[in-house]
Design a protein. Structure first.
Length: 120
């Protein structure tokens, strides 16, 4: 199941990522199912634009992660902070995502119960 599914894609602009200092030089974007990736060395599409399949590759097929959101960089970018622009059709929902929401809701309901039990 995808969260906030949009077949036309949501534009994600200027997501800041940091390439690991050591191999593998893989970075997962904040969102899943990415496409139309552009990467720059500075924010707001400033600096140098990196070249796909030369400076980096994108796991569009989900070979590294079923979320289809892993970008692999060449060693020359190790330790650098970069800025990514991409589209996403929506995030994959996992049980952990639902459990976090459920825990937050349960905590809020428990708080309300304790606050209101003397009032009613």
């Amino acid at each position: 199941m995808k969260l906030n599914y949009n077949p036309d894609g949501w534009q994600i602009s200027d997501e800041r990522i940091r390439v690991p200092l050591s191999s593998p030089y893989d970075v997962a974007t904040e969102h899943d199912n990415i496409s139309d990736v552009e990467i720059y060395t500075q924010k707001n599409k400033g600096g140098t634009r990196l070249i796909e399949n030369t400076d980096y590759t994108v796991d569009y097929n989900g070979e590294k992660s079923f979320r289809k959101n892993v970008i692999s960089f060449s060693q020359s970018f190790a330790g650098q902070t970069l800025h990514v622009w991409y589209k996403t059709t929506g995030d994959i929902v996992e049980a952990d995502d639902i459990n976090i929401i459920e825990d937050r809701l349960s905590g809020g309901l428990l708080y309300l119960y304790h606050e209101c039990k003397g009032v009613l």
